[in-house]
Design a protein around this ligand. Structure first.
Ligand code: PLP
Length: 369
């Protein structure tokens, strides 16, 4: 089954005698005792089972676990590591997960932040207690690309596990497990949900091993699980994921080229551009370059803020992956300690008509000095 077909039919598990075409939402928190029945909806429920089955197949893994947020999914990986483990993570790791490592796990885990786009940094960062390498590619907000195959190959030779945050690429464009990663993480809040109205997260494993059992235990006993309604909403949204991703990537590619030529723009970061340092690796491991780009506006933070205020169709809001275009000046969101350039704008390109999106950017840029 091809991805588009799987996305539409893979999330349905129908047992009702009326034979609905869409799986109903099962709100019951408990189930009558009988052989092989579900027991309690924190441990499992029909809508989560359907979603997890779909997610596992989408990422070509053996199993998936759905969580109440991307951060909860990521956290369960850190919780499953033995105390004192060392992690190698990207220096531009998603800031919420970095915050977990630096604040919540400060007494349990050690971490080295490296430039993950340079594989040679890994050997230097490795210690006898290193257990896990965390990849996020494309990364946030500079769209840096890490070579999943090369990193996984090296990790395997060292007995280390690789987890890849695949939120930006989505399984439509990138399958980290097929490239050698052990686990994939998603913030389902982004492209899976796709309409800025669901919070969720997921992990998918290449093999059901002991580490995976620990994660499932943390999911079911810890209880950071999505509701049946959230699972239903995600299963529904994923049906259009492939087509949405194609639209996002097409628009993002054309907007990136437009901005790249514009005299008021200093630099554009989009892995689909030939001048992007990660373009070659991205072309090898992705079948599309995604819907997120960032760029530096000439004239500093002041001009970046002005540009955003002149736009009509782009909402100045955080998050990404929805059908609506979202724009923000990242440094303002990331706080005073950020290394992100003050004039960097991140754009999550939506599915409005491309001409409207381009025209709007053009008129807003033309108002800058
Ligand atoms: C949003 C995001 C997360 C965190 O997910 P939540 O659903 O907000 O908890 C993790 N990684 C990336 C790349 C993200 O964009």
């Amino acid at each position: 089954m091809k991805f588009e077909t799987l996305a539409i039919h893979g999330g349905n598990s129908i047992s009702d005698s009326h034979r609905p075409v869409v799986q109903p939402i099962t709100l019951s928190t408990t189930f009558e005792h009988q052989e092989n029945s579900l027991i309690y909806s924190r441990a499992n429920n029909p809508n989560r089972m359907a979603l997890e089955n779909l997610l596992a197949r989408m990422e070509r893994g053996q199993a998936a676990a759905a969580f109440s947020s991307g951060n909860a999914a990521g956290m369960s990986v850190f919780q499953a590591l033995p105390k004192g483990s060392h992690i190698i993570a990207p220096d531009d790791m998603y800031h919420g997960l970095k915050k977990q490592l630096l604040e919540i796990f400060v007494d349990q885990l050690e971490v080295s932040f490296v430039d993950m786009s340079k594989v040679e940094t890994l050997a230097a960062a490795k210690t006898p207690r290193t257990r896990l390498i965390w990849i996020e590619t494309p990364s946030n907000p500079l769209l840096k690309i890490s070579d999943i195959r090369e990193i996984s190959h090296w990790a395997k030779s060292q007995g280390l596990m690789v987890v890849c945050d695949n939120t930006f690429a989505s399984p439509v464009f990138q399958n980290p497990l097929a490239l050698g990663a052990d686990l994939v993480m998603h913030s389902s809040t982004k492209y899976f949900g796709g309409h800025s109205d669901i919070l969720g997260g997921a992990l998918i494993t290449a093999v059901k091993d002991e580490f995976w059992d620990k994660i499932v235990n943390i999911q079911q006993t810890g209880g950071a699980v999505p509701s049946p309604f959230d699972c239903y909403m995600l299963t529904r949204s994923i049906k259009t994921l492939a087509y949405r991703m194609k639209g996002h990537a097409e628009h993002a590619g054309l907007i990136a080229s437009f901005l790249d030529q514009h005299p008021k723009i200093e630099k554009v970061y989009y892995p689909g551009l030939k001048n992007h340092p990660g373009h070659e690796v991205a072309s090898k491991q992705m079948t599309g370059f995604g819907g997120i780009l960032s760029f530096l506006v000439k004239g500093g933070a002041e001009n970046a803020d002005k540009l955003i205020s002149h736009l009509k169709y782009y909402s100045n809001a955080t998050s990404l992956g929805g059908v609506e275009s979202l724009i923000e000046r990242r440094a303002a969101v990331e706080g005073p300690n950020t290394k992100t350039p003050q004039n960097l704008i991140r754009l999550s390109v939506g599915l409005e008509h491309l001409e409207d999106l381009l025209e709007d950017l053009d008129q807003a840029l033309n108002q800058l000095r």
